[in-house]
Design a protein around this ligand. Structure first.
Ligand code: AMP
Ligand code: MG
Length: 426
């Protein structure tokens, strides 16, 4: 009986994304110190074993007292209380505030028993052992209640949360010095082509630098993955097989080049020879049609054979590899943020493929929160410079043939840098 070849060709972008994401599995977890966990994804729900703040405490420097003692205090008719003792931040409570008394208190100091309210220093006048209070506070004013931030037993951070500075502070406050985070995907990167040299190599005789080795490794890092660069493979089946085999211990293999229909395009046959099941070749997109996707068995790495053209490699990485890496790394959201933008000029295209147009995004001066999209320059799939300038990729759906200036389109945001402001926002 013939083995059924599952290889599909000419898929729509969304369909190809479904195929790759269906095979991507979340990686295991590892323990890291809180100090090293910035940007990592929690692999466990964090339940609090503590109450934060641990006790009622003062939000101000002032006087802790009984609200009931201050009814009707005004500037003209202040209430006078006896200052019985003092509580500093970090102090142990030993005494209670009795009726007619106040305790001198400082920010963060625990509220003594008997007191329920703090009047800030600026609303008082001190005279020896007495304090004159010139305002009637509201009950509980300037008191931070025990547990108003976190209660013991509460779910504080859920599994799948990307740890930022505030979350790391919270973990520290809860006494969590070690947390379980998702492993970072390890990505083997292979560049294929006889014309390729490393950046310090000679670029005579038709040689070019393998810039994909850099763009793809950087894209991996930006996606929270760990690139493992396996170097340049010559355009022979043996050389490619050898490099691809070297990547078999990684979570994912990403090669670039050698996936078209030329005589020297050996990635597909090399993958098949190594026992890789190919799922698709060719996605209806521009740039980036000839992308290959496969898997090594049930447990081996997934493999992407990206096209060699520098922008095709980057754009196919964005659409397929990055979401897979985000899923493997435990993120809940796998796709780039996107904004609607008004087009600054017409975009023409032919029907049939989804186009990804490199654009600048500019905030519209007259409409806060809205953006203008403008081409960054030549859109050839080898023009890396217009990719380097791009804030985002304008997505023009396959069925569409033209978008006119003034119409709105969806832009995948590649670099949040364009949100950065030159003016203070206060
Ligand atoms: P290929 O997909 O191998 O036919 O390559 C398509 C184009 O991309 C050719 O112009 C290659 O020279 C170029 N290319 C292939 N691999 C790389 C790479 N690693 N870095 C930069 N350009 C590349
Ligand atoms: Mg080639």
């Amino acid at each position: 009986m013939e083995c059924v070849n599952p290889l599909r060709t000419g898929l729509a972008v969304a369909e190809a994304q479904r195929v790759v994401l269906a095979l991507a599995r979340q990686l295991g977890s590892e323990s890291v110190a809180g100090a090293d966990a910035l940007g990592r994804v929690l692999a466990e729900p964090v339940l609090s074993t503590r109450t934060l703040p641990p006790a009622d405490n003062s939000a101000m420097d002032g006087y802790a007292l009984r609200f009931a003692d201050l009814a009707g205090a005004t500037r003209a008719a202040p209430v006078v209380l006896r200052v019985a003792f003092e509580v500093a931040a970090g102090a142990r409570l030993e005494r209670a505030v009795a009726p007619g008394q106040a305790a001198r208190i400082f920010t963060g100091a625990p509220l003594p028993p008997g007191a329920d309210t703090v009047v800030k220093q600026e609303d008082t006048e001190r005279e020896g052992a007495l304090v004159r209070v010139r305002v009637a506070p509201s009950p509980g004013e300037n008191v931070r209640l025990a547990g108003e931030d976190v209660r013991a037993g509460e779910l504080v951070l859920d599994s799948g949360t990307e740890l930022g500075p505030a979350a790391l502070g919270l973990l520290a406050a809860l006494g969590r010095t070690v947390v379980a985070v998702r492993q970072r995907p390890r990505v083997a990167i292979v560049a294929g082509g006889d014309e390729l040299v490393e950046p310090d190599g000679a670029v005579s005789d038709g040689k070019i630098v393998s810039s994909n080795s850099y763009t793809l490794a950087a894209q991996c890092r930006r996606a929270g993955a760990e690139p493992i660069y396996l170097g340049i493979a010559r355009d022979t089946p043996e050389a490619l097989e050898e490099r691809l085999r070297a990547g078999s211990g990684a979570d994912l293999i990403v090669s670039s080049g050698g996936v078209s229909v030329g005589e020297h395009d050996y990635v597909r046959p090399a993958l098949e020879k190594l026992g890789c099941t190919l799922l698709f070749w060719g996605v209806q997109m521009k740039p980036g049609y000839p992308v290959v996707f496969g898997r090594f068995g049930e447990t081996g790495p997934l493999v992407f054979g990206l096209p060699g053209n520098p922008v095709s490699a980057m754009v196919t990485f964005e659409q397929f590899v990055r979401p897979v890496l985000r899923k493997m790394a435990g993120h809940r959201a796998w796709f780039r943020p996107r904004v609607h933008a008004t087009l600054a000029h017409d975009f023409d295209k032919s029907e049939g493929r989804t186009h990804f147009v490199r654009v600048f995004l500019e905030p519209k001066p007259d409409a806060p929160g809205e953006f203008l999209a403008r081409s960054t320059g030549s859109q050839g799939s080898g023009i890396l410079r217009s990719m380097a300038l791009a804030d985002g990729l304008l997505v023009i759906p396959a069925a569409q043939t033209r978008l006119r200036a003034g119409e709105r389109g969806l832009v995948q945001v590649l670099d949040e840098g364009f949100f950065a402001a030159r003016e203070p926002g206060v």
